[in-house]
Design a protein around this ligand. Sequence first.
Ligand code: SF4
Length: 247
Amino acid sequence: MKIINFAKKNALFSIGVALYIFVAIMQPDQLKSVAYYTFIYFKELFEVLPLIILLATVIDAWVPKEVILNKLGKDSGKMGYFFSFVIGSISAGPIYASFPIVKLLMEKGASVGNAVIIISSWAVIKVPMLINEVKFLGFEFMALRWVLTIAAILVMSQIVQKFVSNEEVLAMNSEEEKPPLEIIEEYCVGCGICSKISPDDFEIIDKKAIVKPGYILGPTVMEASRRCPTNAIILNVGKEKKGKKSA
Ligand code: SF4
């Protein structure tokens, strides 16, 4: 039972182990080469991991949330696109290095759309990559691909922004049992928009919004969440529907 629970919680790891066992049984002569490529992958991962941790720590400690919200938040507009392209393009390292950084930026207020731009630019329009592209394929090829790629990334970012919310992305990896409605205190700037839109469900105390006991997850709460300027109101939808105190 414990093994099954562990396998469920660590699905990717379990699939990897299962594939190893499969190769060991079905094609034992390939096991050595599978182990070699696994080693190469982990070696690369551990080479970049300290840098990722360092960068994430610097962003977490030194870049205020307000800065991320202004430059990369859902209302950052063209400036947000610009900064997202710059962050992705000047980055180094494999694409998977971008994921923890982008997650951290999203936790601090970066929008889903800008997250898509950062990850996509990191993958396909990094500056060193463009330099090599010019060397092997010529400037015209690189420039045309660059322009078309940027256009495609912008379209993708708009589509994802329309259909996926920050809350959904951030809640995906969380294993904690969360209340259906909560306010992230450090994000709240006490503007009072939520309590004006939905006075039965929110109130402001000491310049911070709190969820009132007996709140109802109705249209006004949804509207308040949508209009909160700092994405502080989190709807953990798909769980309980009403009447629980905020944590
Ligand atoms: S709208 Fe958002 S930022 Fe403003 S008081 Fe409510 S939770 Fe805080």
